[in-house]
Design a protein around this ligand. Structure first.
Ligand SMILES: [Zn+2]
Ligand SMILES: [Zn+2]
Length: 354
């Protein structure tokens, strides 16, 4: 009997020695998720009473907060896209911040989609589009890297996911003073997420349409489109912005297609620009010959990634060549930065053409 007791005691001592340090010191059972809720002496462990947490193998405690818990369970779709981002997030190459006092335009590499940041000579910030849902975190990374804390203006060119998908992440991460979008709705979760994020930021959407100007210092910025109602063609609803800084100018065409281009031409607005952000990722449904001729850009920026639509179209690339516009592509050159000192424009890219 005594022998039996001794061996039992030894066995018990053996078990005790295998329990990692810290695990016995903090009572509570782990649940199916691998963590548990703190009930006693929580402050001692750096936890709030009732706080859900995990124990790491090294005895340290991993805190979670209840708000992220609920968020990740209610927006399952978002959660998936976030996971996708994490793998992509490491791949992005951050552009170099250019000298203040210039007009800087960063055409971010957001794969298939659009996202462009304008920094004015007076350090005001305008973001046009935020890429797809899975690019939102990257856009926030680009913006914070470039020192943006507050956006003076956010423009959602049109409700397609490859333009507005990431904007909710931007609205959550940064202060946004004004939001502009064309007066058109879209029945998607992505569009709803955008509207909710704008509302949570305490903003109402201002209408982007031909003739509306942005109030900015030292530069002119005016919408040239939409001119009309384009029904179900979301691309033609695109807010098209023209920015002029002294002798230099930029035209950001969103996904505007032929019908919108035709209306802009008919409006007799000054379409001429040194830099053209090509409409609809270089699709053959945009950049008609008449439009390309009227803008006659020196530089044509194509924001494009891997896609099954055939963007950019070879005919459009040939058209740009014919008008002596040098084409830059985000899929090949990464983020493209155009810098204007008011007289001349220089371009830099994060990747070199192979
Ligand atoms: Zn579109
Ligand atoms: Zn698009």
């Amino acid at each position: 009997m005594k022998k039996k007791l001794t061996s039992l005691f030894l066995l018990f001592a053996l078990i005790i020695s295998f329990i990692p340090a810290g695990a016995d010191a903090h009572p509570g059972r782990t649940d199916s998720k691998g963590g548990h809720t703190c009930r006693t002496n929580c402050a001692k462990w750096g936890l709030e009473d009732g706080e859900y947490h995990y124990h790491n193998s090294d005895g340290t405690i991993k805190r979670t907060n209840t708000t992220t818990e609920t968020k990740s369970t209610t927006t399952e779709k978002k959660d998936k896209s976030t996971k996708k981002v994490d793998s992509k997030a490491t791949e992005i190459v951050l552009p170099k911040k250019q000298t203040s006092g210039t007009l800087q335009v960063y055409f971010f590499d957001v794969d298939q989609g659009d996202s462009t940041l304008i920094i004015t000579p007076k350090n005001q910030y305008i973001l046009i589009d935020g890429g797809n849902n899975d690019q939102g975190k990257n856009v926030v990374k680009y913006l914070t890297h470039l020192g943006v804390k507050t956006l003076d203006v956010m423009i959602a060119t049109h409700p397609d996911a490859d333009h507005i998908g990431g904007l909710d992440d931007v609205l959550k991460a940064l202060d946004v003073k004004q939001v502009f979008a064309p007066k058109v709705q879209h029945n998607t979760q992505t569009f709803e997420d955008f509207l909710t994020a704008v509302k949570n930021e305490g903003r109402t959407i201002k209408t982007a349409k031909a003739g509306v100007s942005l109030e900015l210092e030292g530069i002119e910025a005016e919408f040239l489109s939409p001119v009309n109602d384009y029904g179900n063609n979301l691309n033609d609803w695109s807010a098209v912005l023209k920015v002029t800084y002294n002798e230099t100018s930029f035209l950001f065409a969103g996904d505007a297609e032929y019908a919108a281009e035709k209306d802009m031409l008919a409006e007799d607005s000054d379409l001429k620009a040194d830099v053209l952000k090509i409409g609809h990722h270089g699709s053959k449904t945009s950049t008609s010959k008449a439009f390309a001729d009227a803008v006659s850009p020196k530089y044509a920026i194509i924001s494009v990634g891997k896609n099954s639509y055939g963007h950019p179209d070879s005919g459009i690339l040939a058209r740009l060549k014919n008008i002596n516009a040098t084409a830059y592509r985000t899929d090949k050159q990464g983020t493209i930065t155009a810098v204007s000192d008011g007289k001349k424009i220089t371009l830099v890219t994060t990747k070199q053409l192979k």
